[in-house]
Design a binder for this molecule. Sequence first.
Ligand code: NAD
Length: 502
Amino acid sequence: MTDLSARLALLDGHLARFRSGGIVNLIGGQDVPGSGGWFETRSPVDESLICQVSRSTVADVDAAAQAARAAFPAWAAMDGAKRKALLHRIADGIEARAEEIALCECWDTGQAWRFMSKAALRGAENFRYFADQAPGARDGQSLQAPGQLNITSRHPIGPVGVITPWNTPFMLSTWKIAPALAAGCTVVHKPAEFSPLTARLLAEICREAGLPDGVLNLVNGFGEDAGRALTEHPAIKAIAFVGESRTGSLIMKQGAETLKRVHFELGGKNPVIVFEDADLERALDAVIFMIYSLNGERCTSSSRLLVQDSIAAKFQAMLVERVNRIKVGHPLDPATEMGPLIHREHFDKVMSYVGIGKAEGATCAAGGERVGDRGWFVRPTLFTEARPEMRIAQEEVFGPFLTALRFKDEAEALAMANGVDYGLTGYLWTADLARALRFTEALEAGMIWVNSENVRHLPTPFGGVKASGIGRDGGDWSFDFYMETKNRAFALGSHAIQRLGA
Ligand code: NAD
């Protein structure tokens, strides 16, 4: 048996129960079908039906929010050390089922095994990291004033809604759910309709680990009904959302009536800037990795290459050669570097940008075509000779689509880098330390890597500026979102109080 056929056989075994029973919600510890009927989830590999999925309505979301509300007082009051132990048990459960999670994720999303096998384990790491922070999450400061002692402390905000996208759904869900649970919040999770499998696995793992009923609830369904109902529900105190910028703006409107706190991780059009003094071999590896790994369906992808004029021809020639050799294939094949795009809708969007780039007068230097006639495979695509005002240099494509622009000097590079609506990440390649410090100071982005691809360190802040988001995750920043800070002021003596009406 080849690696691929062995993995397909294993996957088949894992999917059997979903094929017969569909994917149902998990509310208050119970498996319950949604009251809105079912929708289908299909694999982007061959468009075959994976299974039916519960379509949740306002009533289902209400039941989940009520379950989260009922479970909140006991969960919030639980000793931090106990929460820590429970979250570590969840991490154990994720590790034990990492292969099943990775297989399902590949089949459901089209992401290649080489990345998804690690993404499952990163989910476990997220739980372990925030588990260890749980006992200290409430700690605050003691602030001295004349005649007064102030004590601050943090308290979980209440039941929260987590709404996630389809690109790396398991890892992203854990990135939100783990800190929420560690903070003492209860959760209602609405995963993306295109990729529901692993959210169900996570909910099951949490239940099996002994998470009390109602602490994590799962509602499947579409954004415009289930997602919307969650953002409008009065029992839900905050919404942690990862997805498109325009959906973020809808959620802000929907949540206005109930004064929702929101945390948004949105889109990007991230620049990678390569100066002539950079280590070009390493820069090349990073440029390719940061746009063509994860099928380019990655918020932090460097989708704009800004390369200095003096090295542009050479660098682009190196790039074309490597891009044309990227292996597109079955996501479960260990040799595959790029799988199919998530869905026909997304495939059409990505392909439409090939037409847009050509019409705008840029050069399609690699890719730009579909691969095969089944599944949503595309060739990794590179456009060169683009100009900053072109749509392919301004809009998020969210696929394996790189737009290359040339710059003369530092000032022009900076203007180009900042000349978009987004500001999630930036990547800079140069050997000049003073330039790196100057440039990164002025670059409009929430996260910047110098002479490196995106390497995450969990205690550091994650998030974007401009249309790329509001708020930060990671380290203690996560707790600032999921918790309220309270200040208590104690008089230390008998200070004079103004005596009105005395
Ligand atoms: P999307 O905005 O279409 O959907 C995301 C989620 O929101 C889904 O669960 C969807 O059902 C739900 N939703 C849609 N409309 C809603 C509404 N009106 N109310 C409530 N919920 C609603 O995004 P997508 O296409 O699934 O994901 C791709 C996008 O996500 C890209 O823009 C990408 O950059 C972004 N993303 C950002 C980050 C980050 O950390 N900044 C990470 C991953 C993905």
